[in-house]
Design a protein around this ligand. Structure first.
Ligand code: SF4
Ligand code: SF4
Length: 73
């Protein structure tokens, strides 16, 4: 699951660039998310300079990801 706080998003498109699953993309002037495609891998929160992405269970930082997921970053 991915959600973005659009008020803080700087539209750098970093999240979409690193997502292997196409779970986020730029549509017009706003990042659009597709939570059903998201695997909570954490790559996008690692890439986001504005810290505005939240994954499942309220995870907003790579340090809060499960150890198995952190190993793959
Ligand atoms: S957590 Fe992984 S799969 Fe989900 S949107 Fe971010 S990069 Fe894509
Ligand atoms: S990486 Fe963060 S700031 Fe950049 S487009 Fe994605 S959500 Fe917005």
């Amino acid at each position: 699951m991915i959600t973005i706080d659009h008020t803080g998003c700087v539209i750098c498109v970093g999240c979409a660039s690193v997502c292997p699953f196409g779970a986020v993309e730029l549509v017009g002037t706003r990042m659009k998310t597709y939570s059903e495609k998201c695997t909570d891998c954490g790559l996008c929160i690692k890439a986001c300079p504005a810290n505005v992405i939240t994954l499942h269970k309220g995870i907003k930082d790579v340090k809060d990801l499960p150890a198995e997921a952190r190993k793959k970053l």
